[in-house]
Structure formats: C-alpha cells, structure tokens
Design a protein around this ligand. Structure first.
Ligand code: DP6
Length: 311
C-alpha cells in the first residue's frame, strides 16, 4: 500500500489551449500558486485489474485510463486499485485534476519503485492534466517553454500570500477543461490574441512575484483571468463558467480594492472565486465574501508544499 498527497494549485497566469501535438502540451505559459488547505490523498494497492474510486465512488475515468495507458507504454505499471479522496468539491473548478494526477504520479513512482526525479514525475503528470505538472511543487510554480516542464519559480516562504476561496456552487461542471480548450481554440475569434499576449503577461507576473509587488501582480493576474474568460465566452457554443454569485464576488473584490484593501480575484473553469490577498487582509476579505448572497462557504488557504508520500 502506498499513500501520496498533493495540493491543488491556482494559476495566476492561466493555461487555456493546447499545442497541436501529442503529449498534452499547453499553448500558453502559466504561473501558479499551490494551496495548502486543499488536499488530495491517493492510496494505491495492487489489484487484479485497474479500479478507480474517488470519494468512495467507483468511476470509469477516461483521463485516468488514458494516463495509465501512456505510462504503461514506457514503464511497467501493474494493475492498480486507486482510491482518491479530495477534501474539497471535485470537478467544480478547484483544480481537482491537478492535485489528482500529481498525487497519483507521486504514489505510482513510490509504489513501483521507479525512482523518477520530480522533473520526470511532473512531465508525466502534465500528460494526465497539464495543471498537474505544477502541483508537483509547492509555492510559486511556472510551466513554460521550451520543455513545458514545471519548475518552482519561488518557494513557499518567498512571499506569504493567502487565498480566500468563495464556494458558490458544488455542482460538477458541464464542460471539462480539455473539451473547453478544444472548443475555444477552434471557435473563439480572440484565441490567437490570447496565445500571442500570454508570454508578456507571464513575464510581468514573474517580475511582480520576484519583487513582491502586489499591485503589479494583481493587475496582470486579474487581466489574465478575464482574458481567459473572454475567449471562453466567445467560444461557439459559449462556455460560461460563472454564476450570478461569481459576478457579485468580483464586484466585492473591486469594492474592497477601492477601500484600500490589497486583494485580487482569479477564477478557473468553474464558478468559485479565489481571492488572493496579503495576510493582514485575510479576515476582512473572508468577512466580505461570506456576506455576499449566494456564497455557500469560504475557505482560507496559505501557500502549500510539494506533492509527497505519506507514511
Ligand atoms: C482554467 O489542467 O485541467 O484551471 O490539461 O486538459 O487536463 P487538461 O486541463 P487542466 O486545465 C486547467 C485550466 C485552468 C487554468 C490553469 O490551471 O492554468
């Protein structure tokens, strides 16, 4: 039996869109923070055939099956019973596939005694879900060309940011990221501009993180999020991951900023709003979000560490 843990990450500079080649390579550079309060734990045991159980429910997951198939083309992986538990809503825009594939790859490496480096595990995790490459590492993490391998841009202690997550729905999303990206690349008239601008946004955010310049990071991160949602909204058929509460939270963050509180929002392929702030604003940010009608719960996270094996 082998047990591994990984944290989800949220991208401040978003990945949305893939290169036109095998291996699940992103079309845009991305930069994320890993979150400590959210956890995926995965237990592996040898089985007679593969079984995948998530939060107590057996599932046929084509992404997991495809991932195991790709691994087995290179490495000798026996049939596995995989039991995964998330302490947060699954498939609802909280990066469960990122922490899921990072935990799974970490567990497989130990269980099968492959001795792969973190770089190699991150490479494999990317093939399961590109954001999972980033969840192999804690702190601030880049996923960039030319190798499209994730690497730690700054460690957890570099800048103690907090994230307050406003959960506005626990429903599973209708359109997953992979299908959403395919649709956007094929149909949004603004997709080429998105791909073209991304390297500059990435560079601006990297510099803001290096300098611990919150205002600069806030500006470019919110813009990256809104550009991504603009190309989602202009896909055909449209991809709208927001609900009315998502919009109220965005307004709430803008109001806080007008009142001098350093905070910015980011939103992924789901209706949850993640508000990044400095530690001395956490209480105010959480209190404001909690009072917005439609917010079900809030959760405060600090930056989390690497994916790892649990004894
Ligand atoms: C909006 O990594 O879930 O969260 O590679 O197809 O599995 P696949 O996509 P995935 O997409 C994440 C998209 C995002 C932005 C981000 O995390 O960079």
């Amino acid at each position: 039996m082998t047990k591994a843990l990984a944290h989800p990450n949220i991208a401040l500079i978003k990945y949305w869109g893939k290169q036109d080649k095998l291996g699940n390579f992103p079309a845009t550079p991305s930069l994320s923070i890993t979150l400590d309060g959210l956890v995926t734990e995965t237990v592996l045991t040898d089985g007679s055939t593969d079984r995948f159980v998530i939060n107590g429910k057996e599932q046929d997951d084509p992404k997991v099956a495809g991932f195991l198939g790709a691994l087995r083309a290179s490495l000798s992986v026996p049939p596995l019973e995989i039991e995964t538990v998330n302490n947060f809503p699954t498939g609802a825009g909280l990066a469960s596939s990122a922490s899921g594939f990072a935990a799974l790859m970490t567990a497989i490496n130990a269980h099968c005694q492959f001795g792969l480096s973190t770089e190699m595990m991150s490479d494999w995790a990317r093939q399961g879900s590109a954001s999972a490459a980033r969840s192999m590492y804690g702190g601030f993490v880049s996923l960039v060309p030319p190798l499209w391998r994730a690497y730690p841009a700054a460690n957890v202690d570099h800048w103690p940011l907090n994230v307050v997550i406003a959960i506005t729905s626990e429903e599973k999303k209708d359109v997953g990221s992979t299908e959403g990206m395919r649709r956007t690349a094929a149909t949004s008239p603004f997709y080429p501009a998105w791909v073209k601008d991304a390297p500059e946004d990435y560079a601006t955010a990297s510099e803001a993180i290096a300098q611990r310049d919150f205002a600069a990071l806030a500006g470019v991160a919110e813009l990256s999020c809104l550009k991504m949602h603009s190309i989602m909204l202009t896909s055909v058929p449209t991809l709208s991951y927001w609900n009315p509460t998502t919009l109220s939270c965005m307004d709430g963050v803008r109001d806080m900023r007008r009142n001098g509180i350093a905070a910015f929002f980011t939103i992924d392929a789901g209706p949850q709003v993640k508000v990044v702030c400095l530690p001395d604003s956490v209480e105010q940010v959480q209190a404001t979000l909690r009072d917005i009608p439609g917010v079900l719960t809030t959760k405060v996270c600090a930056l989390g560490g690497n994916a790892r094996i649990l004894d």
